[in-house]
Design a protein around this ligand. Structure first.
Ligand SMILES: Cc1ncc(COP(=O)(O)O)c(C=O)c1O
Length: 486
C-alpha cells in the first residue's frame, strides 16, 4: 500500500493500493474517504492536474477515476466550479453521530449544558493570545502530566477562595472533564479485585457506565429528601464499598444539598473505614439564594478526591476538569493520567489560568449566575401561574434548592400522568426534556414496580440561548398542559 498525503484544501490521507491498479486503487481510496466522512460533503477535490502531479499518476487516470465516481454518484462535476463531494450517507460505525445530535429539537430544555452563546469568546481569545505570546518554547512540547503549573496554582487559590477546598498545586491533576477524572479514579480503585463503588440513586446512568468500564462494581446508594443516604454506609449492605461518588452541593438530578447530618456520616464513614469520597462539584458555582455550602473536601482533605469542571461555567467542549487529591493518591493519579494521554492540552489550560488570575473568570461566572438565576425564577413563576389557573398543575413540584442549570419537576403520584405521557407530548411539540426514569439504578427499577418510583421531568433551563428561552418555556407549559389536562 502506498500512502499519499494530498492537500484537498485540507490534508487528507489516501491509501492507494497499487495491487488494485492505479485507477481502481485511486477510485477505491476516494470512495472509502467519502463513505467514512473523511472527505466531507461539498468539499472540493483538487484539479485532475494537481492530483495527478501529487500522486505521480497520469492526468488521464485521475480524470477517469473522477468520471467513474461522478457516474456512481459520489462526486458532482460542474463546469467551471470543479468537482465536489456529493451528499452521501456515511457508513454506520465509522463516524456515527451521537444519537442526541441526530435531530435538533425545536425547543431544547434537555439538562446538562450551559447556554453556548454565553461562552466568553472575546475573553477567551484574548487570554489564549496572551498565553501563546507569553509561552516559552518548552510549552509547545510535552509538559507536566498533572497539567500546567500556572493553572494548578491559579486553581488552588480559586478553589480555596470559592469552595473552601484545601488545595495545593502539587495535589491537583487536570483531566479531560469530570468524566475522565471519574474514570481514572475508578480505575485506581478497581485495582483491588472485586472493588465496589457506591453511587447515588438516582444519578447519571452515564457515570455508572464509566465506573463499570473502569472495572469497578456499582452499588446503588439511595437518595431521599436529605440527599444521599450516607447514614447507610456504615451498615452491612455497604461493608464491601471502597469508595462513594456524591454530588453534595447539588444532587444530580434531584437537586437538594446533602444535609449536615449526612455530611457528617459520610466523613465519619470515610475516616473510620479509610475509604474514598469522590466529590462531584459539577455546578456549585451556581447557587442563587445564598452562598453555596463549602466542599466536603475542606473538612476531610485526606479522604476526598474533589472534582470540578468548566463544563457548566464555560462549556463541555473545552473538556477541562480537575481533581484535588488526597496525598496518598496524588502520585497514582498522575501516573494514571500519564498512561492515558500524557496530560491535558496545554494552551486551553494557560488561557483558563489567565482568566482565573485576572478575575475575569469570577466576573464571567457571576454574570452567568444572574442569567441562570433569572431563568430559574421565570420557570417557577410560569409554573405558579399555571397552578393558579389549572387545578391539574397543583401537584407538580419543583424539587431541590435554587441552584444549577436544571430543575426536577415531579409529576403528581397516582394521577395517571407519567413520564412517557409527558415525553410523548414533548415530542409532539418538538421539545427536548430530560426525565427522571433513566437515572434510577437498574436494580432499583427492577425491584420496584415502575409506578411506585417517583416520576418527573428534568428541565435544563441553562441550554437555550437568551432569546430562545421564553419560547422554550411556552412549549414546556403547552406540553405540561397537554399531558396533565389532555
Ligand atoms: C452530575 C454531573 N457531574 C459532572 C458533569 C460534568 O462532566 P464533564 O466535566 O465530564 O463535562 C455533569 C455534566 O453534565 C453532570 O451532570
Amino acid at each position: 500500500v502506498s500512502d499519499f498525503w494530498s492537500t484537498f484544501g485540507v490534508d487528507l490521507h489516501v491509501d492507494v493500493d497499487p495491487a488494485q491498479g492505479r485507477r481502481a486503487g485511486l477510485e477505491y481510496a476516494l470512495r472509502a474517504a467519502i463513505r467514512s466522512g473523511r472527505l466531507a460533503t461539498h468539499s472540493r477535490l483538487p484539479s485532475t492536474r494537481a492530483l495527478a502531479q501529487e500522486f505521480g499518476l497520469s492526468r488521464g487516470t485521475v480524470s477517469a477515476a473522477y468520471d467513474q465516481l461522478t457516474a456512481e454518484g459520489y462526486l458532482i462535476a460542474r463546469r467551471g466550479s470543479g468537482t465536489t463531494v456529493a451528499e452521501f450517507p456515511q457508513s454506520p460505525g465509522v463516524c456515527e453521530p451521537e444519537p442526541h445530535a441526530a435531530r435538533t429539537p425545536r425547543f431544547d430544555l434537555s439538562p446538562g449544558s450551559p447556554d453556548p452563546s454565553s461562552f466568553p469568546t472575546a475573553l477567551w481569545l484574548k487570554a489564549m493570545r496572551r498565553a501563546l505570546n507569553a509561552a516559552p518554547l518548552q510549552a509547545f512540547g510535552y509538559g507536566d502530566v498533572r497539567g500546567t503549573i500556572e493553572l494548578r496554582v491559579a486553581l488552588a487559590d480559586y478553589l480555596g477562595r470559592t469552595r473552601g477546598v484545601v488545595a495545593d498545586a502539587e495535589r491537583i491533576v487536570m483531566t479531560s472533564g469530570y468524566l475522565q477524572a471519574l474514570s481514572l479514579l475508578a480505575g485506581l480503585i478497581a485495582r483491588r479485585p472485586g472493588a465496589t463503588i457506591a453511587m447515588e440513586d438516582p444519578g447519571l446512568p452515564y457515570h455508572r457506565e464509566v465506573v463499570r468500564r473502569a472495572g469497578a462494581r456499582v452499588l446503588p446508594l439511595p437518595v431521599d429528601a436529605l440527599g444521599a443516604r450516607t447514614d447507610l454506609l456504615a451498615g452491612p449492605d455497604f461493608a464491601e464499598v471502597d469508595a462513594v461518588v456524591v454530588t453534595p452541593a447539588h444532587q444530580f438530578p434531584a437537586g437538594m444539598t446533602l444535609h449536615a447530618s449526612r455530611r457528617r456520616a459520610l466523613v465519619e464513614w470515610a475516616r473510620s473505614r479509610n475509604t474514598l469520597i469522590i466529590e462531584d462539584d459539577y455546578d456549585a458555582e451556581f447557587r442563587y439564594d445564598r452562598q453555596p455550602v463549602g466542599a466536603i473536601q475542606g473538612v476531610a482533605p485526606d479522604h476526598v478526591a474533589y472534582v470540578g469542571t468548566v463544563s457548566k461555567t464555560l462549556g463541555p467542549a473545552l473538556r477541562l476538569g480537575w481533581v484535588v487529591l488526597p496525598a496518598h493518591l496524588a502520585v497514582a493519579m498522575a501516573e494514571a493520567k500519564r498512561y492515558t494521554d500524557h496530560h491535558a492540552e496545554t494552551f486551553g489550560q494557560l488561557a483558563l489560568a489567565d482568566l482565573i488570575a485576572t478575575h475575569a473568570y469570577d466576573r464571567h461566572v457571576r454574570a452567568c449566575r444572574v442569567r441562570y438565576g433569572r431563568r430559574r425564577d421565570l420557570l417557577l413563576s410560569r409554573l405558579d401561574a399555571a397552578k393558579a389557573t389549572h387545578p391539574a398543575f397543583a401537584d407538580l413540584a419543583v424539587e431541590g434548592i435554587a441552584a444549577g442549570l436544571h430543575a426536577l419537576v415531579t409529576l403528581p403520584p397516582d394521577s395517571g400522568v407519567d413520564e412517557p405521557r409527558v415525553l410523548a407530548a414533548a415530542a409532539r411539540h418538538g421539545l427536548a426534556l430530560g426525565s427522571l426514569g433513566p437515572h434510577w439504578h437498574e436494580r432499583t427499577r427492577d425491584t420496584h414496580s415502575g409506578a411506585s418510583l417517583s416520576q418527573g421531568v428534568i428541565v435544563g433551563y441553562g441550554k437555550p440561548t437568551e432569546s430562545a428561552y421564553p419560547g422554550a418555556l411556552d412549549a414546556l407549559m403547552k406540553v405540561l398542559q397537554a399531558a396533565l389536562v389532555g
